[in-house]
Design a protein around this ligand. Structure first.
Ligand code: BMA
Length: 339
C-alpha cells in the first residue's frame, strides 16, 4: 500500500493502478477459502491453493443477506468467517472484493425476482423505501467498518454493488428500472457511506457484456462514484462458445478501457469463467488472451459450489484442466499470493 495515501481506499487504488501499469493482472476467486468442489467449512483449504500452491490474489465475497441482519450470506457463508478470512487475506498481501445480491428492502423478494417493475423506484423515490434502503446499508457499513487489520486500521476493499444492470435478471436490471432510478441507488448508497465515514471502499461499476459505449454508459452513476470500470462477461457453451466469448469479452473490456482512460479509472474483468471448465486449456488459451487485450488490473472467476457438482469455475485437484490452471498461475504477470 502506498505510504502517502490519505485513506485506505486511496492506497488500494494506487496499488491497483501500479499493477495495471506494470502490465500485471491479479487473479480472483469467489468464496475461495470457505468451500470448494468437494468440501465445505474446513479451514486452511482452497481449491486454487490445492492446485497451484498459492491463494488467489483477490477473494470475492457476497454480502447478500447482510441487509436482513442475518449471520450468514445467501450461500451460507458466515459473516464472521468472512471477516476472518478477509483479514487473513489482507495479512498475506491479498485483496478482498465484495458483491451484493440483496433482497428488496420493502418487499423482501430475492435479487432474481423481477416481476415488480417499481422495485427500484419504490426504494429510491418514497420516504419508506429510502429509509428501508438506508437501514440495509447501515448493516453493510457496520461490516465494512469492522474489517480491520492487527493494528486496528481499516482494511481497504473493492465494492461492486448493483452489478450486471445492463441485463434484466435482477430487479435493478435494464428492463426493470429507469436509468435515473438506477443511478439513485448508487447516489444514495454513497451518501450513506460518506455520512458514516467509510474511507476503505474502492468502487467498481460492472455492467454485463455490452455492444456499445452508449449501453455501457447509459446508467453510469458518475465519475465521483466509480473507481473501476468493470465488466462481467461469462463464457457459455464450452468449445462451441469460444468465438462468442472472444468477441464479447474483449469488446466489452475495450469499451470499459476507453472510458477508463478518459476518466482516469481502472479496468477489471469483475466476473468471468466457463462453468465446469470443460476446455482443458481454457485458462491459458482462452482467458489469457482476453486479459492481454487491455490493461486489466484484476480478473475474478465465480465460485466452486460444494453442493452443485457442475457449478465451479476453477479446476480442483484431479480435474482435467488442473495442470493448465497451474501453468496459468505461473505466468509472471498473473498474480496469486503466497500462503
Ligand atoms: C450465482 C450462483 C448462485 C449463487 C449466486 C450468489 O451466480 O452461484 O448459486 O447463489 O450467484 O452468490
Amino acid at each position: 500500500m502506498s505510504g502517502t495515501a490519505a485513506t485506505p481506499a486511496e492506497g488500494l487504488r494506487d496499488r491497483l493502478a501500479a499493477v495495471a501499469s506494470e502490465g500485471k493482472t491479479l487473479f480472483g476467486h469467489h468464496d475461495d477459502p470457505v468451500y470448494g468442489h468437494t468440501w465445505c467449512g474446513d479451514t486452511g483449504r482452497s481449491d486454487v491453493l490445492e492446485v497451484t500452491g498459492r491463494y488467489p490474489a483477490i477473494f470475492n465475497w457476497d454480502m447478500g443477506c447482510i441487509e436482513l441482519g442475518s449471520d450468514k450470506n445467501l450461500d451460507g457463508v458466515s459473516f464472521d468467517r468472512m471477516r476472518q478470512e478477509a483479514q487473513a487475506q489482507h495479512r498475506r498481501g491479498g485483496i478482498n472484493s465484495f458483491s451484493w445480491h440483496p433482497r428488496h428492502p420493502l418487499t423482501g423478494v430475492d435479487s432474481w425476482t423481477t416481476a415488480d417493475k417499481n422495485a427500484v423506484s419504490s426504494m429510491v423515490n418514497t420516504p419508506e423505501g429510502r429509509e428501508a434502503y438506508n437501514r440495509q446499508l447501515d448493516n453493510m457499513i457496520d461490516f465494512f467498518l469492522s474489517l480491520t487489520d492487527d493494528a486496528g486500521n481499516r482494511i481497504p476493499i473493492v465494492f461492486r454493488p448493483w452489478h450486471e444492470h445492463t441485463g434484466s435478471w435482477f430487479w435493478w436490471g435494464a428492463d426493470n428500472c429507469s436509468p435515473d432510478d438506477y443511478k439513485k441507488l448508487w447516489h444514495m448508497m454513497r451518501e450513506r457511506f460518506d455520512s458514516r465515514g467509510v474511507d476503505n471502499v474502492v468502487w467498481a461499476y460492472s455492467p454485463d457484456r455490452c455492444r456499445s459505449v452508449e449501453q455501457y454508459m447509459e446508467r453510469y452513476p458518475g465519475d465521483e462514484y466509480v473507481d473501476i470500470m468493470g465488466a462481467d462477461v461469462y463464457h457459455f457453451n464450452g468449445a462451441d462458445g469460444v468465438a462468442e466469448y472472444l468477441d464479447a469479452a474483449p469488446r466489452t473490456l475495450a469499451i470499459a478501457a476507453m472510458q477508463a482512460e478518459k476518466r482516469g479509472k481502472l479496468v477489471a474483468l469483475t466476473e468471468t469463467g466457463s462453468e465446469s471448465v470443460p476446455m482443458a486449456r481454457w485458462y491459458t488459451d482462452v482467458l489469457l488472451p482476453v486479459l492481454g487485450s487491455v490493461p486489466v488490473c484484476y480478473v475474478t472467476v465465480w465460485r466452486n459450489a460444494h453442493d452443485n457438482p457442475k457449478h465451479f469455475y476453477t479446476p480442483y485437484p484431479g480435474h482435467p484442466a488442473a495442470e493448465n490452471f497451474k501453468e496459468f498461475s505461473n505466468i509472471p504477470n498473473i498474480i496469486f499470493v503466497d500462503k
